[in-house]
Design a protein around this ligand. Sequence first.
Ligand code: ADP
Length: 476
Amino acid sequence: MDPGKCKTNNGKLLINSFKRMNRNQETEVLNQLKTIIDPDLGKDIVTCGFIKELKIDDAGHVSFTVELTTPACPIKEKFKTDCEKVVSSLSWVQTVNVNMSAAPRKSPLEVQSPGLQSVSNLLAVSSCKGGVGKSTLAINLAFSLAQTGAKIGIFDADIYGPSLPTIVQPQNTDLYQQDELIQPLDYHGVKLMSFGFIPKGPGSGAAIMRGPMVTQVINQLLTGTDWGELDYLVIDMPPGTGDIQLTLTQLIPLTAAIIVTTPQDLSFVDVVKGIQMFDKLKVPTVAVIENMSYFICSQCNVKHYPFGQGALAKLIEQYGFKNAFKIPIQTDISKLSDAGTPIVLEKPESTIARSIHTISGAVVREISKIKHGGLKRPQINFSGDQGFVITLPEGKKETLSPIILRQNCRCAVCIEEQTGKPLLDPETIPADIYPTGIRPMGNYAVAITWSDGHSSSIYPYDTLTELVDISCKETP
Ligand code: ADP
């Protein structure tokens, strides 16, 4: 026998049996990892697709990456120790090296603006009234998320009363443009933008702006800022649930919203309004924070409820909120905010900072659930023969005439802001009107530009299906 050939054959056999062994070992490791369940997604971490770059060497050294949905995952340390434990329990395993990472950042939508292209999540913090602590909490939540290793930005969308320049005071406040985008300011690695940072000349402040102008300015500032790669962009919304807030909710592709309130009964009604506003555009409200809920007397150590109690419990009951939190009145919060340092940075071990970490962790987990449960949106196309063709998530197709859609535009140009009276004369709409552009707007709405030159029509998907129903009834 040719000794060389024999050697080669043996070598091949050896390699094959190594490969087989490796494959068996791989299966064993994966089977072990399958016992670890992501509590939010309800599936094991292998099925979730979290395990990447699994390597096993001949000496029994195992290494792999666990790629989570977000770097801010509050249970990532637990995942790591669980992985180490289950894999090292295999008899042949010598060492286990687990590398924790997160999926690459990308915008959830076809965001047109280059500034928002690599922003994974846009998180609105909203309140129905001013002075409830919305900005304070938005900013602290943002820094709390940043402390988990996530990349964070804060956008102060409150043009009439910007708080970001007070609560956070970066040393360098010079703004400049690069490649036609404004470079945001930076404080402890968190990117910041606020109308309050923009130098203003006489007669160019917010006070002189009407509603539609305000939303335009906010949108320009948001989309014209170079946010770069961000896991979460926290948006401190203007207080209220009026046209400005509604239009902003339509314009900004929000992932989720948090509502901040105070305990009074009146605030309960306001929160419901807020939830309804976000609901209209199917932006999920992932948490409600009752701020200034109580205070603990420094003399007697007793909890006092100066604004009453029970509103939060009512909300939990009626809206089934799992993520409802209370933050007490605490002088440290206001003192530090006024001094330009959020409490989570200045006193990271304080009870308040820990409560804020709990809230940000809950928000992150809720968003992950929403995103990975699958977002179902209808597809909207236009054909010259059929008009709009709407393909519903379950596959059913509906058609809608362009004239009906154009007539039902609810923008500030077509509808009187205060009274809701139509400003558009339906007779003036050309019979052969057609869309010149269709694009998703936010998670649950579509923006349409028209051949008559009108460019600001935004329709929630629910409105489209309602209009389909109405037009079906009207058509004999
Ligand atoms: P909003 O954004 O709702 O108008 P701010 O965040 O500007 O409210 O807060 C209003 C004032 O209340 C600020 O002076 C802030 O420091 C203070 N504040 C907010 N939350 C608390 C709290 N839990 N305890 C004490 N002061 C607070």
